[in-house]
Write a protein that binds this ligand. Structure first.
Ligand SMILES: Nc1ncnc2c1ncn2[C@@H]1O[C@H](COP(=O)(O)OP(=O)(O)OP(=O)(O)O)[C@@H](O)[C@H]1O
Length: 413
């Protein structure tokens, strides 16, 4: 049935979105590359998007004449609420077919950014362009973006089909067309034949799928998701996030999503944007951000704890944990280092930095071991399940240069 959707999704633009229905959008079909999977999406994307970011990993601002205009471009977006900037000159571009996930701690401005793009939050400065068109003064229901919020916002009095068809009906699609499209969408989201079911009879995950079908129904040019899987349990979230990525890959949907769940963001995104206090701390591919966090804030936000001030001389650095090897080419002087847990190797207590095992946490694929060295901050090591020492054990620690990363800014960033 995905094929059916592919065929019909070429048929042009729908009418405008409706303010009454935040879960639906409008606009051109984005299925031009419908048969493309996530890998080929990336190929198609090549270098078309980037952010004017404060962090490492962002490309130059768009609009410099190099390559086509991005689907979405946000320039210097600033929002002040309660006397302070909640968005502070944020620049972000999203290429057509790209999935961008905005991550950040609570209160960092993620939802405000989404609301600003949707037209639900006026900007104090800056601008938002969709396909090159400045959206200033364009009301939310005419922006051609689809929105899906974490609490679904389904209409309880309508059945599943009525919910999915809502955005089509208000655009004047005839009954036959509505029914065909609803059938396609329900097949697409894995709920075939559910059109007559009551919303209240659905599980949380099924409601999430209906909300997604409703948002996709009018073929929005840009789909925006706010904590799309926020209320679901972990196993369902992990399954749905894979399905969503596949689905967006097939449809060629351009997506801007916000989440505070890094696992979700890394699994879903082509590009991850980390926000901090209304600014972009880092933008890059999931691998890039994971391997090279821009600064101590991003590293800690991602859950890395081994962040320390260091002085580099040649191929080594002096740290409170002793002398560590650093990657070749690391500049001399004062730096902040991240040692990934995989780079903290446990050896016999007679070698390396002597530590006491303070705690161990089972992580499924490995055990996270918290180590207390004398007179130095704690360290985290990742150990294979069968090799993990017990709490209270004495161990030695050696460091692996390949897992040592030089961060920007200070250790308290
Ligand atoms: N109407 C308002 N007046 C004053 N401050 C506001 C208002 N709305 C939001 N804020 C503040 O703006 C900041 C950013 O809020 P926003 O909802 O964008 O953050 P977020 O990153 O999405 O957080 P969360 O993950 O908790 O949803 C917060 O500190 C919030 O308290």
């Amino acid at each position: 049935m995905r094929d059916a959707l592919r065929d019909t999704s070429k048929d042009g633009r729908a009418a405008e979105d409706t303010a009454e229905d935040p879960g639906s959008g409008a606009g051109a079909g984005t299925a031009r590359e419908a048969a493309m999977g996530p890998a080929s999406r990336k190929g198609a994307r090549g270098g078309r998007s980037g952010d004017r970011s404060d962090g490492r990993g962002g490309a130059a601002a768009e609009g410099n004449g190099a390559g086509p205009a991005p689907m979405l471009r946000i320039d210097d977006a600033t929002v002040r609420l309660g006397g302070r900037p909640v968005l502070d000159a944020v620049g972000l571009s999203v290429a057509e077919h790209e999935i961008v996930c905005v991550l950040g701690p609570s209160g960092s401005g993620k939802s405000t950014l989404l609301r600003a793009v949707a037209g639900l939050q006026p900007l104090d400065a800056g601008r938002v362009l969709l396909e090159g068109r400045d959206l200033e003064g364009v009301p939310a229901h005419r922006r051609g973006v689809g929105l899906m919020f974490q609490d679904h916002q389904l209409f309880p009095q309508r059945d599943v089909g009525g919910n999915v068809a809502f955005g089509l009906r208000v655009r004047g699609a005839d009954r036959e067309r509505q029914a065909a499209r609803v059938g396609e969408l329900l097949d697409l989201v894995g709920l075939p034949g559910s059109g007559r079911r009551a919303v209240a009879s659905l599980s949380g995950g099924e409601q999430q799928r209906v909300a997604l079908a409703r948002a996709l129904a009018p073929r929005p040019r840009l789909l925006m998701l706010d904590e799309p899987l926020g209320q679901l349990d972990r196993s369902l979230r992990e399954r749905l996030v894979v399905e969503l990525r596949e689905l967006f890959g097939e449809l060629g949907t351009t997506v801007l999503a916000v989440t505070h769940d890094q696992g979700e963001a890394f699994a879903l995104a082509d590009r991850v944007v980390v926000m901090r206090e209304g600014r972009i701390a880092q933008s890059g591919s999931p691998l890039d951000v994971w391997q090279r966090p821009a600064d101590a804030f991003v590293a800690r936000f991602l859950g890395f704890e081994n962040v320390v001030a260091a002085t580099v001389e040649g191929d080594t650095a002096s740290t409170p944990w002793g002398v560590l090897p650093v990657p070749r080419g690391t500049p001399r002087g004062e730096v902040t280092l991240l040692v990934r847990p995989a780079g903290v190797r446990l050896v016999a207590a007679t070698r390396g930095l002597r530590c006491t095992v303070a705690a161990r946490t089972f992580r499924g694929t490995h055990v996270a071991v918290r180590l207390q060295p004398p007179h130095a901050p704690r360290l985290e090591a990742a150990c294979a399940l069968r090799d993990a020492p017990g709490t209270g054990d004495e161990v030695g620690v050696e460091f692996d240069a390949a897992e040592v990363v030089v961060l920007g800014g200070g250790p308290d960033a």
